[in-house]
Write a protein that binds this ligand. Structure first.
Ligand SMILES: NC(=O)c1ccc[n+]([C@@H]2O[C@H](COP(=O)([O-])OP(=O)(O)OC[C@H]3O[C@@H](n4cnc5c(N)ncnc54)[C@H](O)[C@@H]3O)[C@@H](O)[C@H]2O)c1
Length: 416
């Protein structure tokens, strides 16, 4: 079995420093790690992961190891691996497979290397690891006790597998933790998406028309940050309630067909495919910037953009210029892959501390409770515990109910 496959082991020194810097900001996760070190809930078990290999993920895998696990990890996106971090993890003895700029074939080969370690627990981001185990590596399924899933798109795929009676083991939808999707997706994706756009383009946001497709948790975060930087934000939505939320939050809402003509910068965060497509590219302004922060690179119809173009060139590291036959130029960031992880460093560490407390505690929960195959939620008490840990590490004290207040809230007798 392959021990590891990374770009360049000599990058390990910087990777190690980056991991240390991340851990300084991940106090809640370190609290969980302290307990795991004593209790060793994962002793004798192998945990297989497909996650973005970032400095924050390194803090997670080091926590799982402290809990007694043997860990094998691959990236969950061909462009998101931080090569220095991967090198540092390999030097620390983790089985890590991935580098920035993998081909599709290499991407799946690397996930297969993780599965070669026959994990008892899977931790996935986007459901490619689980899908591979259920299709090409079915022989491994009997050995798997349970899994956890990080993101909205992964949870959607898992629920579809459950509906089709295919999912063979229990998986905790970590994305659905309050302490995950209401922080990571909103504040994390919001900030890091704008960070990715800025690092790729160094464009001025103030005064620009910024189109956000999808007004879910991530879309709310991106729209809020863009508007905070004084862009005029337009939201495109297919869901009536969320479109209405966007209106009440003060944004213009309109179909993408209309917004295509107005936007200077576009970001898709829908989890859907071909949200910006052929008929929209031709209407765009010269110099329009396109980016995606949804899980897969299917949200912007890049094959159609290529067909409409007479030429293209890599203008800057994460910025490709397409010149259409009508002579307008369109700038595509990070080849339509998650711009926050491909052109920047992904979410800030503090927010990932919350998400990865969720991952660690969900892995422990799925191990200790015999759950039926299917998609499960982490109990609210565990989710609340994560909030308490985070407040503690921020040295913030909250109020508590008095006995009288608790009684009042549990009773129907007192009225007007
Ligand atoms: N970049 C990151 O680091 C990161 C972090 C978290 C989640 N994600 C991914 O971002 C995507 C969105 O996640 P979310 O939690 O916001 O999901 P969500 O379900 O809360 O929101 C998605 C929204 O997109 C809307 N939508 C769907 N199709 C659309 C279309 N054709 N046009 C306009 N709107 C459309 C839906 O109605 C919904 O309101 C997912 O793929 C998720 O996995 C990325």
């Amino acid at each position: 079995m392959k021990k590891h496959a990374v770009k360049d082991l000599s990058l390990a020194k910087q990777g190690q420093k980056n991991i240390e810097y991340a851990e300084m900001q991940m106090g809640a996760l370190l609290e969980v790690r302290k307990r795991m070190q004593k209790e060793k809930p994962f002793k004798g078990l192998t945990i297989g992961l497909a996650l973005h290999v970032t400095k924050e993920t390194a803090a997670l895998v080091r926590t799982l190891k402290s809990g007694g696990a043997k860990v094998a990890i691959a990236g969950c996106n061909p462009l998101s691996t931080q090569d220095d971090v991967a090198a540092a993890l390999a030097k620390q003895g983790f089985h890590v497979f991935g580098w920035k700029g993998q081909s599709n074939k290499e991407y799946y080969e690397n996930i297969n290397h993780v599965l070669d370690y026959k994990p008892e627990i899977t931790i996935d981001d986007g459901c490619d690891l689980v899908t591979l185990a259920h299709t090409h590596r079915k022989e491994l399924l009997d050995n798997i006790i349970g899994g956890t899933e990080e993101t909205t798109t992964g949870v959607i795929r898992l629920r579809a597998m459950e509906k089709d009676n295919i999912l063979q083991y229990p998986v905790i939808a970590v994305n659905d933790n309050k302490t995950k999707h209401l922080f990571d997706n909103v504040y994390g994706t919001g900030q890091s998406t704008v960070d990715g756009i800025l690092r790729a383009t160094n464009t001025l946001i103030a005064g620009k028309t910024f189109v956000v497709c999808g007004y879910g948790d991530c879309g709310k975060g991106v729209a809020g940050r863009a508007s905070g930087m004084l862009a005029n934000v337009i939201v495109c939505e297919v869901d009536a309630f969320r479109a209405l939320q966007a209106v009440m939050d003060g944004y213009r809402v309109m179909p993408i067909a209309q917004a295509a003509k107005l936007g200077d910068i576009f970001t898709t965060v829908t989890g859907n495919k071909n949200v910006i497509r052929k008929e929209h590219f031709t209407k765009m302004k010269d110099g329009a910037i396109l980016s995606n922060s949804g899980h897969f690179d299917a949200e912007i119809e890049i094959p159609a953009l290529k067909k409409l173009s007479k030429s293209s060139r890599q203008l800057r590291p994460s910025m490709k210029e397409y010149t259409l036959r009508n002579n307008k130029r369109i700038f595509m960031l990070a080849d339509g892959r998650l711009v926050n992880l491909s052109a920047a460093e992904g979410h800030p560490s503090t927010v990932m501390s919350l998400s990865f407390c969720g991952q660690t505690l969900a892995a422990e929960y799925v191990l200790k409770n015999s759950l039926n195959p299917g998609v499960h939620l982490l109990p609210e008490s565990v989710d609340d515990h994560i909030s308490k840990l985070q407040l503690k590490t921020m040295n913030i004290k909250k109020d508590s109910l008095t006995k009288e207040q608790s009684k009042y809230l549990g009773s129907w007798k007192e009225g007007t």
